[in-house]
Design a protein around this ligand. Structure first.
Ligand code: ADP
Ligand code: TRP
Length: 329
């Protein structure tokens, strides 16, 4: 039977290599399978918890849209849209609020982490936290449930959110009868957590990212900033280093093994960085050209997203209608 795949990315900054290998690439590979019916979207209303200005919202929304297209998303195969265009999503969000125990939201990682930070700083535990952040997992559940998604490809950090979506779907189904499918998350082996410049998870929140479509110059300068140890040229290097982990992503197995051997044989960090730049740039270059084309033809992108929203809303309306009937409105 055909399976519905759904995933979204928040436009909270320029797309980085972690987003590409952890989310975009695996999602595009799935969309090439004819047994999968794919719904990919830009979670712009989720970005509201982070963004400060209208300009940021517009810039990053186009960045993510053009990134998906440049990386190979085919709008004929994938229903591709902006979350904010699916008005049905926000009605379902409200309905789901009413079957979601508050305690479940208290346990959500993103909220808990903010509370812990406040407590350590001796602030009120909810200082600086708005209801958008607190209810974030409910809207995410609505995003998934309103399309009856079976599989949700995400990075490991989002696993809890998919579990919450299942809990909420269950709570609704138990109260009103079965309306929603229970989604599963799909985490690709080996790329679950990509490291950034400082060796921690690559993330906009740590400021350690390599922008996917940075110019060649910026890419080189970012790669030169990767933190290494102080081993000298000629000394064997630890292959568990950031450079090796990143290098592997851009090449086949054989080239990865050759590089690893060179590190063991004492390749200098400078040479290793130059080699990483070379393979990363070769890999990214053709996609970067497409990205720049779309960024200069935003009307094309708008049209693709509008068409996607039209298709998506047909399904969203059906699920919302079933939900309304189950409730009795
Ligand atoms: P960030 O942590 O930079 O804010 P997002 O939360 O916007 O990234 O992530 C968008 C998608 O990319 C999610 O599916 C997320 O799991 C994935 N992702 C983000 N960073 C990484 C990473 N370092 N490794 C693997 N996947 C990642
Ligand atoms: N919360 C996801 C993230 O931070 C983005 C997202 C919003 C999402 N709604 C979704 C992902 C629905 C998958 C399905 O990356």
């Amino acid at each position: 039977m055909e399976k519905r795949i759904l995933t979204g990315i928040k436009p909270t900054g320029y797309a980085h290599i972690g987003n590409y290998f952890g989310a975009i690439k695996p999602a595009i590979m799935l969309s090439e399978n004819p047994n999968f019916d794919c719904y990919y979207f830009i979670a712009d209303y989720h970005a509201l918890t982070t963004l400060k200005t209208k300009e940021e919202m517009q810039e990053y929304t186009y960045d993510i849209a053009c990134t998906w297209l440049a990386c190979g998303l085919d709008p004929k195969k994938v229903v591709f849209y902006k979350q904010s265009d699916i008005v049905e999503d926000f009605e379902l969000n409200w309905i789901l609020c009413n079957v979601t125990p508050k305690g479940l939201m208290n346990r959500a990682h993103a909220y808990k982490a903010r509370v812990e930070k406040n407590e350590q700083a001796n602030f009120d535990k909810d200082a600086g936290i708005n209801m958008g952040l607190y209810n974030y997992p409910i809207l995410m559940s609505a995003d998934i449930l309103i399309f009856g998604a079976d599989l949700v490809p995400v990075g490991l950090d989002q696993k809890q959110h998919i579990e919450i979506a299942r809990d909420i779907a269950n709570a609704f189904n138990n109260k009103y009868g079965k309306v929603f499918k229970l989604p599963d998350c799909y985490i690709q082996e080996g790329v679950s957590t990509l490291v950034g410049l400082d060796g921690r998870k690559m993330s906009k929140s740590y400021g350690n990212t390599i922008r996917l479509f940075a110019s060649e110059k910026e890419l080189k300068s970012k790669i030169n900033k990767i933190v290494t140890d102080s081993r000298m040229p000629g000394e064997p290097k630890d292959v568990d280093c950031t450079i090796n982990k990143l290098y592997k992503l851009f090449v086949d197995k054989e080239s990865a093994q050759e590089f690893e051997q060179k590190l063991k044989d004492g390749l200098s960090w400078g040479e290793a960085k130059a080699m990483l730049f070379e393979v990363a740039n070769n890999y990214i270059k053709p996609m970067r050209e497409k990205y720049l084309y779309y960024m200069e033809h935003k009307d094309l992108v708008d049209k693709i997203l509008e068409d996607g929203a039209k298709k998506a809303r047909v399904i969203a309306k059906e699920y919302l209608q079933k939900t309304r009937e189950a409730i009795g409105v």
